[in-house]
Design a protein around this ligand. Structure first.
Ligand code: MN
Length: 351
C-alpha cells in the first residue's frame, strides 16, 4: 500500500487520542454509507482502545444501513437536541468524518462551532474548512472509510480492528464506489479490501443490504420516473426527470427512495448530463450527474445557487417545479459549448 499519510500528522493524532476520555464522532447531514460507516468504524476501534465514544449525527440515517453494528446507538440531533448538545459539551475530542465545511452539519453546526475541545477532520471532499486542529483531507481517496483504514493502519491499530469496525469501513467503501465500479482505479483499494475481508466481513451481505435492497415503492417509483417522466434533449445530449409530490406519494415515497434515479439516464449511450428535479415540502431538490467532465456543478451554481463536484452536483430551488424545469431547459444552449468533443450520436427515438 502506498504511504500517503504524513507521519507527523498521524503522530499528532496518536498523541491527541492518548490524552482523551470522551470522544464525539460526527458526520454530514443526510448521512450516507460512507458517513455512517466511517463514524461507526472509528467508534468500534476507539472503544476497543478503552475510550468512551458517542456518535452524533445531524439527522436520521437511512434504514438501509440499520444492519451496521452500533447503528441503534447513534444519537440523532433532530430527535434529541438537548442530549446531543450535552455530548458535544462533555467531549474531550470531536472527530468529524466525511464533510469539508461545518455548514454540512446543517442545524447541528452550532454544536461544533461552540465546542471548545480539539477537533479532527477526516475527509475526502475538496476544499476542507479550517475549523479543525488536525486535518486529514485527501480528495483523491475513494471514501472517508478508505482514508480511515489507512489512518488506523498507520496508527498500528490493524490488529485491534474488530469485525464490527471492519464491516462499517467496508460498507462506506462499497457505497461510495458503488461496489467498486466508480472511483476505484487505485490498486491500494483492493489491498484494503483484502485486509477487511481477512477480518471476516461478509461483502455479499453488505452489497445486498447497503446498496441493492430497496422498498417496493422505491423500485416502482424509479421505473415510473424512467418510463413516464424521462425527457431527453438529443441536441444538447442532456436529460431531465421531474417528479412532483403527488407522484412521489403515490409510490409511498420515503427519504432516500429517489437516490439513484439521477444516475440512470447517464447510462444511455450519448447522454452527457442528467438532471433530476423533485418537488419537496419547502423547495425543489435539484440533482445533477454528468460524464466526460461536463460541468453540472457550474449549472447548479449559476442557475440555482447550488454546487458540488464537476460531475455530481445539486441545489435547492425555491419556487415551483415547472419554473425550475423551465429555467433549466432554457439554459441548455448556454452550456452546450461544454459538449465540444462529444461527437458520439445520442441513442434516442420517439416512442
Ligand atoms: Mn464519502
Amino acid at each position: 500500500m502506498n504511504r500517503i499519510l504524513d507521519t507527523r500528522t498521524v503522530d499528532k493524532f496518536a498523541r491527541l487520542l492518548e490524552g482523551v476520555g470522551q470522544i464525539v464522532l460526527t458526520c454530514h447531514v443526510r448521512p450516507d454509507g460512507d458517513a455512517i460507516g466511517s463514524t461507526l468504524g472509528w467508534m468500534h476501534l476507539l472503544e476497543s482502545l478503552g475510550k468512551s465514544v458517542a456518535v452524533v449525527i445531524p439527522d436520521n440515517a437511512p434504514r438501509s444501513l440499520s444492519f451496521l453494528p452500533g447503528f441503534d446507538r447513534m444519537a440523532v440531533f433532530t430527535r434529541h437536541e438537548e442530549y446531543c448538545g450535552k455530548l458535544f459539551r462533555d467531549a474531550d475530542l470531536v472527530i468529524g468524518c466525511d464533510f469539508n465545511q461545518p455548514s454540512r452539519l446543517d442545524r447541528m453546526q452550532r454544536l461544533l462551532d461552540e465546542c471548545v475541545c480539539p477537533k479532527v477532520l477526516i475527509d475526502h471532499h475538496v476544499e476542507p474548512g479550517s475549523f479543525a486542529d488536525l486535518v486529514f483531507s485527501f480528495p483523491e481517496m475513494s471514501s472517508t472509510c478508505e482514508l480511515s483504514f489507512r489512518i488506523m493502519a498507520e496508527l498500528g491499530l490493524y490488529s485491534e480492528m474488530s469485525l464490527e469496525s471492519a464491516t462499517c469501513l467496508l460498507t462506506g467503501m462499497i457505497t461510495d464506489t458503488k461496489n467498486f465500479t466508480v472511483n476505484c482505479q487505485s490498486p491500494d483499494i483492493y489491498e484494503i479490501l483484502q485486509r477487511l475481508l481477512e477480518k471476516g466481513c461478509d461483502k455479499n451481505r453488505i452489497v445486498r443490504l447497503a446498496l441493492m435492497e430497496k422498498s417496493y415503492g422505491a423500485l416502482l417509483l424509479e421505473a415510473y420516473a424512467l418510463s413516464e417522466k424521462l425527457e431527453v434533449f438529443p441536441e444538447f445530449h442532456g436529460s431531465v426527470i421531474c417528479l412532483d409530490k403527488a407522484e412521489c406519494e403515490r409510490f409511498h415515497y420515503e427519504k432516500g427512495d429517489t437516490e439513484g434515479i439521477v444516475n440512470r439516464p447517464t447510462e444511455i449511450r450519448g447522454v452527457t448530463f442528467s438532471f433530476f428535479l423533485r418537488e419537496d415540502s419547502d423547495c425543489v431538490k435539484v440533482s445533477a450527474r454528468s460524464v466526460m467532465d461536463f460541468p453540472v456543478n457550474l449549472m447548479c451554481k449559476e442557475l440555482f445557487g447550488g454546487g458540488g463536484h464537476v460531475m455530481a452536483a445539486g441545489a435547492e430551488f425555491h419556487g415551483s417545479l415547472e419554473e425550475c424545469r423551465r429555467i433549466l431547459v432554457d439554459s441548455f444552449p448556454k452550456y452546450s459549448h461544454f459538449l465540444k468533443g462529444r461527437t458520439e450520436k445520442l441513442d434516442y427515438f420517439e416512442i
